[in-house]
Design a protein around this ligand. Structure first.
Ligand code: HAM
Length: 423
């Protein structure tokens, strides 16, 4: 039996889960401020959703999907990203007819990509993403970017670089596409097999090739920014104007093409510039995908969104040595000595919990010293010490673990007394 965890996955142990939950709480708080509502879609979808949504020529679809047939012969895929599923659900549930437009959604959950694992790259990772559907106002592009940045700032990150680009509308993209084909075609033989097949199908993908990154033609490739028509130029200028108004710093990088096919107009990534952060510096990526809803059979609906993985966000926090103070105190720990005291503690423990306190006790019949150690390790605010003598007198000793002060409390009044303390 293979008892090891699958490659590229990780157990998130209770100590780390505290950090995850702290981050998740920040994320939910921020999305609420911006009025994004949570959507939960299935972990697997029909494979076609990603082939059509993410694009046949992308690395994700060609190399990285966990695809399988179920017992009914259906072709299914563990979701490699969230946008295609959200758009599928948007169309299927006719959200375009909902009165609160634009529809602003967010999701947080596991995604799966068969990639070569390395620091910051997993085969199962958790993405938080937002999608705003139904508005082609450049102000919402700025809103989505600001939301992404706010999340990183809220968890204490400082070394962030926002990079933006415009891929233009369909007309601009077609002109740029032609220019790219003319640029690469004469020397396409010098490029990798993937690039050769990308040339006619999707030449923009060549710019994103990891194998031929250093080829001289890459540096002289026609820039999309020179092919933007007037509308696209105006749109991009507006996005930048709004970012400026928000005081958001950015660099424009015309080579930022993103690894998914559905993008047009605005694209962006946020990178970590923290010293010591791994080789993969991209924390987050997103952009506009006008036309994707139509691809899924819905009415013409513009959309924009982004996604980030919690794993990379945590890696950036580690690189920047962000300290987080968790509120993980236990209210009471019961130290019971002797059978009668132990029997009594069963009910006392339940009473404490029923009154809203967090409480635990010793279950290993340990000596007093070891039980007190547990109380300390579990960060208990108070330790209740019950011995046979105390029980006979109808009272318990309660020790304030911070001040060291110890008090006798009558059992009959116990809950009333401790409730007063917690006020
Ligand atoms: P993406 O660039 O493929 O875009 O992924 C977004 C983010 O997911 C990355 O920046 C990174 O933080 C994280 N990520 C991706 N692959 C891995 C991995 N193997 N291990 C750890 N983290 C990873 C999308 O997925 C688009 N759906 C984003 C989007 C939403 N665009 C518009 N709406």
């Amino acid at each position: 039996m293979n008892v090891k965890i699958p490659r590229g996955t990780q157990d998130i142990l209770p100590e780390q889960v505290k950090l995850w939950q702290w981050i998740e709480a920040k994320v939910r708080h921020i999305t609420k401020k911006y009025r994004y509502e949570e959507i939960r879609t299935p972990i697997f979808e029909h494979t076609e959703i990603f082939q059509r949504g993410v694009g046949d020529t992308t690395d994700i679809v060609q190399k990285e999907m966990y695809s399988f047939q179920d017992r009914g012969g259906r072709d299914l895929t563990l979701r490699p990203e969230g946008t295609a599923s959200v758009v599928r659900s948007f169309v299927e549930n006719k959200m375009f007819g909902h009165p609160n437009q634009p529809i602003k959604l967010y999701y947080m959950g596991p995604m799966f990509r068969y990639e070569r694992p390395q620091s910051g790259r997993y085969r199962q990772f958790v993405q938080f993403g937002v999608e705003a559907l139904g508005s082609a106002d450049p102000a919402i592009d700025a809103e989505v970017i600001a939301l992404a940045l706010e999340i990183y700032q809220a968890v204490g990150l400082k070394n962030l670089n926002l990079v933006i680009n415009s891929l233009g509308d369909i007309e601009s993209r077609l002109k740029h596409r032609e220019a790219l084909i003319n640029h690469f075609k004469p020397r396409i033989g010098e490029f990798c097999k993937d690039c050769q097949s990308r040339l006619e199908k999707n030449p923009l993908r060549i710019l994103d090739c990891k194998v031929d990154r250093e080829h001289e033609l890459m540096k002289t490739a026609p820039s999309i920014l020179d092919y933007l028509n007037e509308d696209s130029q105006e749109y991009f200028a507006k996005v930048r104007q709004y970012l400026d108004q928000l005081g958001v710093e950015y660099t424009v990088d015309p080579t930022l093409v993103r690894g998914l096919d559905y993008y047009n107009q605005t694209t962006f990534e946020i990178m970590s510039s923290a010293p010591g952060f791994g080789a993969i510096t991209t924390l987050c990526g997103g952009g506009r995908y006008n036309g994707l809803v139509e691809e899924f059979g819905g009415p013409e609906t513009p959309g924009i969104g982004f996604a980030l993985s919690i794993e990379r966000l945590i890696a950036a926090m580690e690189a920047e040595q962000v300290e987080v103070a968790f509120d993980d105190q236990l209210d009471f720990y019961i130290v019971a000595l002797g059978d009668k005291a132990k029997d009594y503690s069963v009910k006392l423990l339940a009473d404490l919990r029923n009154n809203g306190f967090s409480a635990d006790r010793d279950y290993l019949d340990r000596k007093m010293k070891a039980q007190l150690k547990s109380a300390n390790r579990l960060n208990a605010k108070y330790t209740i010490i019950i011995g046979e003598d105390e029980l006979e007198k109808g009272e318990v000793q309660v020790k304030n673990m911070e001040s060291g002060e110890q008090k006798e409390v009558k059992l009959a009044e116990f809950i009333d007394v401790v409730q007063q303390w917690s006020k």
